[in-house]
Ligand binder design. Structure first.
Ligand code: NAD
Length: 477
């Protein structure tokens, strides 16, 4: 990507220039990669008008036809996978192997959602009246606004666009200002697939562009992935129009390690969880509750595994397991949270500092022991490679601590005891629980959080139907 590259909005099937631009940089080197639009209210208005204008004709097409477009985009993505993966690594900082997983997962996701074309089902219900049938029809909502974060920027385009388009909606996407280049690459591939103009549109920019979308009277659903704070603002912006919301927000995933756990597995999975995408993942383990009998051994082993992590610029050093944090603000936030935890009494076992590698926003893999429920480090999301550990006496205490949290996205448990696993299934109040495995959702599951982690969910049948409303028809005759 040349620094002179200028990205453009995609509205009504055409790439259009924007009056204002901002620079997009590589978080590992600081190099300018491209200039991206700061789309204005008029761009947003035009994009929504284009999506509105395209909606009726798109919704009238059979779902199998709509699915064909998803499959075409998937095929184009596979043909360009290596190039796109490098783009993601350059602008977001994740290691190339993970970027490749993201790109292939995106293509698979589009194909998976396309498979639903022949499976969208309504219902027919018997009536209280003679000669009457009650039909429940699944219908598209209209225009969806998809507002994205930067941490899985390419996949999240598909996670919103595929179910929206398949069910007959049209969409306006706004990627994060940190990662617009991969979205432009996605759009260039999509533009080769002869999708009808206006079905898929992209505007770029910061919170102001997102707010213009969220508060727009022409939007029927806001599908947002990002932080709780922004989710609150989006809910407020959408309130005057009572716009439907789908909010995938932050997490503070507890990992419970019981005395009978396979410690090799627990150490490997939790360590990987903290370094994948440099700890910048909503669903990955962010606080450990370890049973006293194995606490010292677990802490020593995970500290050793974290300390051994190779990190640096993922393009210059393809052997690294972890890249930089997204930006200076992210680095400052992680550093401040670690300092606060130490000031609150946490014991620093390894790491704890920003790492000076000459350039980039690198942070040492960090383990903090002796944490307790009163500390912010055990309660607030931390987007970085930092693992706080608290010792517990038993599963009851661990579940109580896990549930006592404003977030409720994912959770995990390591035990060989089936009855303990069953107890956790009954009592842990989270959208997702992983037992004896890493935190990573399947596309046929349902990714959703309770409490402040969100409203609604994504993936699978239930995620698909989020993009529909139910129309009830009473037919007599
Ligand atoms: P963010 O909330 O700062 O930004 C997300 C998007 O919202 C960006 O496109 C941004 O420009 C836009 N935005 C900012 N202010 C806005 C406003 N007032 N109105 C409308 N849009 C606005 O989040 P981020 O830093 O990009 O991403 C990290 C966060 O995302 C973390 O909290 C993480 O847990 C969460 N996340 C959640 C999931 C999930 O599935 N639950 C997945 C990935 C990331």
């Amino acid at each position: 990507m040349a620094s002179s590259t200028v990205l453009r909005n995609f509205i009504a099937g055409s790439f259009t220039d924007s009056a204002e631009l901002h620079e997009v940089t590589n978080p590992a080197t600081g190099a300018v990669l491209a200039r991206s639009p700061l789309s204005c209210q008029a761009d947003v208005d035009r994009a929504i008008a284009a999506a509105r204008g395209a909606h009726k004709a798109w919704a009238r097409r059979p779902a199998v036809e709509r699915a064909q477009y998803l499959r075409r985009v998937a095929a184009r993505i596979r043909d360009n996978a290596a190039r796109i993966a490098r783009t993601i690594t350059e602008e977001q900082g994740k290691v190339l192997g993970l970027a490749e997983v993201e790109v292939n997962f995106t293509a698979d996701y589009l194909d998976y959602m396309a498979e639903w074309a022949r499976r969208i089902e309504g219902e027919v219900i018997t009536s209280d009246r003679a000669n009457e049938q009650i039909f429940l029809l699944r219908k598209p909502l209209g225009v969806v606004a998809g507002i994205l974060p930067w941490n899985f920027p390419f996949f999240l385009i598909a996670r919103k666009m595929a179910p929206a388009l398949l069910t007959g909606n049209t969409i306006v996407i706004k990627p994060s200002e940190e990662t617009p280049i991969n979205c432009h690459a996605f759009t260039e591939l999509l533009a080769q697939c002869e999708l009808p103009a206006g079905v898929f549109n992209v505007v770029y920019g910061q919170g102001g562009t997102g707010a213009a979308l969220a508060g727009h009277a022409g939007v029927d659903m806001v599908s947002f992935t990002g932080s709780v704070a922004t989710g609150e603002r989006i809910a407020a912006a959408a309130a005057p129009h009572i716009t439907k919301l789908n909010l995938e927000l932050g997490g503070k995933a507890p990992a419970i390690v019981l005395a009978d756990a396979d410690l090799d597995l627990a150490v490997r999975a939790i360590r990987d969880s903290r370094i994948i995408n440099t700890g910048q993942v909503c669903n990955c383990a962010e606080r450990v509750y370890v049973q006293r009998q194995v606490a010292d051994e677990f802490t020593a082993r995970i500290a050793q595994a974290m300390a051994a992590t190779r990190y640096g610029d993922p393009i210059a050093r393809p052997d690294v397991e972890m890249g930089p944090l997204i930006n200076q603000k992210g680095l400052d936030s992680v550093q401040a949270k670690v300092r606060q935890a130490i000031a609150d009494g946490a014991q620093l076992v390894t790491g704890g500092q920003a790492a000076d590698l000459g350039a980039g926003f690198h942070f040492q893999p960090t383990v903090l022991a002796g944490c307790h429920a009163g500390m912010e480090i055990m309660r607030k999301e931390i987007f970085g490679p930092v693992l706080p550990i608290q010792v517990v006496e038993d599963l009851d205490e661990a579940i109580a601590l896990a549930n006592d949290c404003e977030y409720g996205l994912t959770s995990s448990l390591y035990t060989r005891d089936l009855s303990k696993a069953m107890q956790a299934m009954r009592e842990i109040d989270f959208g997702e629980t992983y037992i004896n495995r890493e935190n990573f959702e399947a596309m046929q599951g349902f990714h959703a959080g309770v409490r402040k982690s969100g409203v609604g969910g994504a993936d699978g049948k239930h995620g698909l139907y989020e993009y529909t409303h139910t129309h009830v028809v009473y037919l007599q005759g």
